[in-house]
Design a protein around this ligand. Structure first.
Ligand SMILES: C[S@@+](CC[C@H](N)C(=O)[O-])C[C@H]1O[C@@H](n2cnc3c(N)ncnc32)[C@H](O)[C@@H]1O
Length: 279
C-alpha cells in the first residue's frame, strides 16, 4: 500500500475539494476546516492508493471520477448519532405526538415517520422500538418508517442494523438491548422484526426527493441543517413543508431552529422540548 504523506494542503486543492463537497452535499467547509478535510481525506487517499491528498485531488480533476467523488463526500459527512439522542423529542413523540396522531388517523390507520439524514440508523430504530414497546394498538396499522441519508456507506451500515458495544452503550436502555438485539460476534444485531419496520433510501437533501415521501406525519430532520448555508436551509425547510401533513410535526436538532428561515412552521414547546408545527 502507498504511504500517504501529510504535506499541508494547498489553497487551490482545498478550494477544489470544498467546492466539490458543497456542490454535492451542500456541506460548507470554511477555510479554517482544512485540518478536518485533511484528517478525513488521508484515509480515503490511502485506500485508493494515492500518495497524498494532492494526488487524490488531481485524480478528482479528471473526468469519470464519480466513485472517488462519492468517497470524498462520504468521508466529509459527520455521522455522529446515538439511540434516543437528546431523549426529549422521543419522550414527546411517545407521550403526546403519537397519541394525538393515533386519534386523528384512526380511520386511515396509517402513519408515516421520516428520519431524515438518518446516519447509521439509531434514530429510526429508536422510534421503531418505541412503537413496538408502547403502542400495541398500532400492530395492524400501516406504519411507514422511512429513513434516508446522502451517504451510501452509512446507509449500508444502517440497513444491516449491526452496532458495536460503544454504540449500544450510548442511550439504549439495557432492557431494550436485551429484548430487541442479539449478539453477533463482538457486535449486536437488531432483530429482524424491528429492522423490517424501516425502509432505508438514499436521498440527498439538495436533490430531487422521491415522490413516495409525501404526506408525512412526523419528520425528524435533526443535526444536519447546521452544516448548510441559510439559503440551503430555507430551500430544505420549504420542501419539508410540502411533504409534511398540515397537522404533522417537525423535530430539528437541539442547536437548530427555523428563525429567519421560514414562516411556514411555528415553534411550540412542551417542557424542554421544542418542535415545529406546519402553518
Ligand atoms: C450528524 S448526523 C445526524 C444523524 C441523526 N439525524 C441524529 O440527529 O442523530 C448528519 C447526517 O446528515 C447526513 N447528510 C449530510 N449532508 C446531507 C445531504 N445533503 N443530504 C442528506 N443527508 C445528508 C450525513 O451523511 C450524516 O449521516
Amino acid at each position: 500500500m502507498t504511504t500517504c504523506t501529510d504535506d499541508a494542503l494547498s489553497k487551490a486543492d482545498f478550494d477544489f475539494l470544498a467546492k466539490l463537497v458543497l456542490d454535492q452535499s451542500a456541506i460548507v467547509l470554511e477555510a479554517s476546516k482544512s485540518y478536518l478535510l485533511e484528517s478525513r481525506l488521508n484515509p480515503v487517499a490511502r485506500q485508493h492508493d494515492f500518495g497524498s491528498i494532492a494526488e487524490l485531488t488531481d485524480a478528482l480533476r479528471k473526468p469519470n471520477s464519480r466513485k472517488l467523488e462519492q468517497a470524498v463526500v462520504d468521508a466529509m459527512t459527520t455521522n455522529e448519532t446515538s439511540f434516543y439522542r437528546d431523549i426529549h423529542p422521543f419522550d414527546l413523540l411517545r407521550k403526546q405526538i403519537l397519541p394525538e396522531l393515533i386519534e386523528k388517523r384512526f380511520k386511515e390507520r396509517r402513519l408515516t415517520i421520516w428520519s431524515n439524514a438518518c446516519s447509521s440508523g439509531q434514530e429510526v430504530y429508536s422510534i421503531a422500538m418505541m412503537i413496538r414497546e408502547h403502542f400495541p394498538q398500532l400492530a395492524d396499522w400501516d406504519i411507514r418508517l422511512r429513513a434516508t441519508d446522502l451517504s451510501s456507506e452509512i446507509l449500508e451500515r444502517a440497513e444491516k442494523g449491526i452496532f458495536n458495544q460503544t454504540e449500544v452503550n450510548r442511550g439504549l436502555p439495557m432492557q431494550l438491548l436485551m429484548k430487541y438485539f442479539h449478539r453477533d460476534g463482538v457486535h449486536w444485531r437488531i432483530n429482524d422484526e424491528i429492522r423490517s419496520m424501516v425502509k432505508f433510501d438514499s436521498v440527498n437533501l439538495i436533490e430531487r426527493w422521491p415522490a413516495t415521501l409525501m404526506s408525512v406525519d412526523v419528520v425528524f430532520l435533526r443535526n444536519v441543517l447546521i452544516y448548510f448555508t441559510p439559503d440551503t436551509k430555507r430551500e430544505i425547510l420549504a420542501k419539508v413543508r410540502q411533504r409534511i401533513r398540515d397537522d404533522g410535526c417537525l423535530f430539528l436538532g437541539g442547536s437548530e431552529n427555523t428563525m429567519n428561515l421560514t414562516n411556514e412552521f411555528e415553534r411550540d414547546q412542551v417542557d424542554r422540548t421544542v418542535y415545529y408545527r406546519p402553518i
